[in-house]
Write a new protein. Structure first.
Length: 216
């Protein structure tokens, strides 16, 4: 049986409290397979999980990806995957937070979750006195028109996986080989260039905590 919905101000059942797993620097493909396997095998009593990690250099292309947006040069691998959205880049120095959540028992719609996760990133940046915002029709988080965080999700049987990536202290050059998220000429930025000294692992941890706060 699924855990009962918590009443206002009552303690959350254990399955509602996401377990944070800190994976470090891990290759993309086995992590992607692990997310899919976790989602396929979970049941109504399974605890939600949030994974914080980084990936070696990789381009990932979502279900809406188009050939004209793919890399024009270089030897960085390209992975075609099942999340929404188009193409983005992952690399060391980028904080990634994967969300393995049962949306049905939380009574969360996809749009609500997207807004929740975007707000978590906006709130995190506000802690460092950085003003960030959403852009209508272009999911993610932006600072002065430059994208700092990309978001993509997959929903299966009322549960989600994939998540959000926030640029912290990385080589941004590979973004110039693609049309990030399908937008030619889209500028990208990162926390270091905005004067934020916190490291990638710390930013990932704080972002995960912000997400959990909003989920509650």
């Amino acid at each position: 049986m699924a855990p009962a919905r918590p009443a206002d101000h009552s303690p959350l059942p254990i399955a509602y409290c996401p377990v944070i797993k800190r994976l470090g620097l891990v290759n993309y493909q086995p992590t992607y397979e692990a997310m899919r396997r976790f989602t396929a095998e979970r049941d109504e009593g399974s605890s939600d999980e949030i994974w914080t990690l980084q990936h070696p250099p990789v381009f990932t292309v979502g279900l809406a990806g188009r050939a004209e947006h793919l890399p024009r040069s270089g030897d960085i691998p390209v992975e075609h995957i099942d999340r929404g959205g188009q193409i983005t880049y992952h690399g060391p120095g980028q904080a990634i937070v994967y969300l393995l959540l049962d949306l049905s028992r939380r009574d969360l719609k996809v749009r609500q979750l997207v807004q929740l996760v975007e707000q978590a990133a906006i709130d995190l940046l506000a802690d460092f006195n950085i003003s960030a915002e959403r852009v209508v029709g272009a999911p993610g988080v932006y600072v002065a028109g430059a994208k700092i965080a990309a978001l993509g999700l997959r929903i299966r049987k009322g549960c989600c996986y994939h998540g959000i990536s926030l640029n912290v202290d990385m080589d941004l050059a590979p973004f110039s080989a693609i049309d990030p998220c399908g937008f030619p000429g889209l500028r990208v930025t990162q926390a270091r260039d905005l004067g934020i000294a916190a490291g990638t692992a710390e930013i990932g941890e704080r972002l995960a905590e912000k997400v959990i706060k909003h989920l509650q």
